[in-house]
Design a protein around this ligand. Structure first.
Ligand code: NAP
Length: 333
């Protein structure tokens, strides 16, 4: 299970809302909040899970009214239009979902005195000279990156010390929808299909449950402004893919590295991207596990009966590999 202090109750319980509770980070925010003794309501837009309330942030007035009714202390917003190439094709949806809709709910939150936690990305940088600190100048290359950067600035301007923006990158790990890069890779490898990855894009793999835990602790501390929350290693996608394959007992021969120029992705990507974490390190040194430990915990989470309904199984696991030493025994696997 999540071998962290996430399960220690907080001394002052919060009333929280998670917009996008059906998503990768949203699910671990809800889990961590519950473990720490906070009360939380989570929402979904199109993929329903038990206990979540349907909310479409694009329905501006009803969504704002719902936020007001919640009388929450803190609103987490791990939502939006996160498909980078899709944002390049549909600029107006990219700006609506990543800037206008969260700003609308942030304004509603401010009216009832709630804090607002927004999630951004290292795609606000151009990747000429990463990894970047919170002080580095932004220069997004893509529509997604520009919408996120503009949202950061608008939230800062309008909410000041009531807002926290967490920039993260390459989030992976167990999740309810099974959509992240690790799941895509492991599905391909289980089916003996090649996985083509950019060999020249560099960033920090970031373990989703750790990002969520850091976000909850920072919210408890009323942190504000901009904070980078990413894993400690800055590596390229092929190295990342090989590490995942190895941890799940797959041969990495089907992982094919290609340059970004060869791949022709729809949106431009920062190449030498990635984030440094001086603010996080000052407050919570070591909170983000190294990649190897995170992958070990990912495997344990898949075998943990307590997490069963929070985690999409991984294709082929655990049938095709020896049981991980650290995994807890579990009925039915
Ligand atoms: N994943 C990464 O590697 C990464 C890297 C950097 C930054 N981030 C940022 O971190 C945040 C969370 O990422 P994630 O990977 O957890 O995202 P995700 O898994 O794609 O989840 C997105 C969530 O947003 C919800 N949503 C979509 N449209 C909505 C709408 N109109 N109204 C309300 N909710 C809506 C989705 O609901 P349904 O699924 O129910 O439709 C889902 O719960 C995002 O803001 C993303 O930009 C992520």
């Amino acid at each position: 299970m999540m071998s962290t202090a996430a399960s220690e109750p907080s001394s002052s319980p919060l009333r929280a809302v998670v917009i996008g509770g059906s998503g990768q980070l949203g699910c671990w925010l809800l889990w961590t909040l519950a473990q720490r003794g906070h009360s939380a309501s989570g929402t979904y837009a199109s993929v329903q899970f038990p206990g979540l309330v349907r909310l479409d942030a694009g329905e501006l007035q009803p969504a704002a009214d719902w936020i007001t009714e919640q009388a929450a202390d803190v609103i987490f917003y791990p939502a939006g239009f996160t498909w980078v190439d899709g944002c390049e094709r549909d600029r107006s949806l990219a700006y609506a979902a990543n800037l206008e809709q969260p700003l609308n709910l942030a304004r509603a939150a401010a009216k009832v005195g709630a804090r607002f936690v927004y999630f951004s990305t290292d795609y606000v940088f151009d990747g000429e000279a990463g990894p970047y600190t919170e002080e580095s100048a932004t220069n997004p290359l893509s529509v997604y990156g520009r919408a996120k950067r503009d949202a950061e600035l608008a939230l800062e301007r309008e909410l000041g010390a009531k807002q926290l923006t967490i920039r993260t990158s390459w989030v992976f790990g167990p999740e309810r929808q099974g959509k992240n890069f690790a799941y895509q890779l492991l599905r391909n490898l289980a089916e003996k299909k090649p996985m083509v990855c950019p060999s020249d894009q560099v960033s920090n793999p970031s373990y989703g449950p750790d990002v969520a835990r850091a976000a909850v602790l920072l919210a408890e501390e009323r942190a504000s402004g901009l904070i980078h929350v990413v894993g400690p290693e800055v590596i390229d996608r092929v190295q990342f893919a090989r590490a995942i394959a190895g941890a799940f007992g797959h041969d990495d021969g089907l992982i094919v590295g290609k340059s970004t120029a060869e791949l022709g992705q729809g949106a431009p990507r920062p190449l030498n991207g990635g984030l440094k974490t001086p603010r996080l390190d000052a407050a919570h040194q070591g909170i983000m596990r190294p990649l190897a430990a995170a992958l070990g915990n990912f495997r344990e989470a898949l075998l943990d009966p307590e997490l069963g309904s929070w985690v999409q199984p991984v294709a082929g696991f655990p049938v095709n590999l020896p049981r991980h030493e650290g995994a807890r025994p579990s009925a039915g696997v």
